[in-house]
Write a protein that binds this ligand. Structure first.
Ligand SMILES: [Zn+2]
Length: 256
């Protein structure tokens, strides 16, 4: 009894505040989030999107309008409503409908097609930082995985005067993936115990950010079937984002 009387307030206190280690976005001016489907931004990236420092501009490019069930138009509207909640203005968000980049759980998108779509936005808006999925794509969805491959291809084949930095969202293994709020608490302890914590960019939402992320996710009404509700309550990505910088020098070397 005494134990829970102590533990519950402590737990509440811990989850109230967001916690960020090495907020690399401070070093950016223009950040482009590249996603595959409407809802990716809220379901996987909200801890980061809700911790963008003032003065940093965030842009969002979604490569498909999620038409696998013929709901493309509905999902397009939901995407815009979710980005309203995430405070990404209308003139900094785009959702594509390219014939070779359709929402398909079996399709790996061609890297050159992804690169050709992303490159003009990077150039025209002078993007200095790109955020996207890693090679495991959170859920192994081939559309997610295609993005980082396409961005590597873009960096290999385009001569940018100053190539953007690229950060990929670390995919965690199955067990921690569904730890929800507890994942956020464990991640905080993990950071406290680490000696090199400054080198691990990690964004952990507080309760307020989680509720905003949830509200963004609820704009994707067509997607909120029962298992998606389980997902938003138990997914660690609604609470924690860990990032890894993609080694561009290595990518450039591969070109030679
Ligand atoms: Zn997706």
């Amino acid at each position: 009894m005494l134990f829970s009387a102590f533990l519950i307030p402590l737990f509440t206190l811990i989850i109230l505040r967001p916690w960020i280690s090495d907020n690399f976005l401070w070093r950016s001016k223009k950040v482009l989030l590249v996603t595959a489907h409407p809802d990716d931004e809220a379901l996987f990236f909200s801890p980061t999107l809700l911790a963008v420092p003032r003065g940093v501009q965030v842009f969002s490019l979604c490569l498909s309008h999620g038409d696998s069930e013929g709901l493309g138009q509905v999902r397009r509207e939901e995407f815009h409503r979710a980005l309203d909640v995430l405070k990404i203005p209308e003139n900094r968000r785009w959702i594509l409908n390219h014939p070779l980049l359709q929402d398909d759980i079996k399709a790996m998108w061609e890297p050159n097609v992804v690169a050709a779509q992303v490159e003009p936005y990077v150039t025209d808006y002078k993007i200095d930082t790109i955020l996207t999925f890693d090679d495991y794509g959170v859920s192994s969805h081939p559309n997610h995985i295609s993005i980082i491959r396409g961005i590597r291809y873009m960096l290999e084949t385009n001569l940018f005067a100053k190539p953007p930095k690229v950060y990929s969202l670390t995919t965690v293994s199955l067990l921690p993936k569904y730890t929800g709020v507890f994942g956020g608490v464990f991640a905080r302890f993990n950071l406290w115990l680490k000696t090199d914590w400054e080198t691990t960019p990690m964004f952990i939402s507080g309760a307020g950010q989680y509720i905003r992320g949830l509200s963004a996710m609820r704009q994707h009404r067509s997607q909120m079937v029962w298992f998606r509700w389980l997902n938003v309550f138990f997914s660690r990505y609604m609470w924690v984002n860990e990032w890894k910088e993609v080694d561009i020098a290595q990518t450039a070397k591969a070109r030679i």
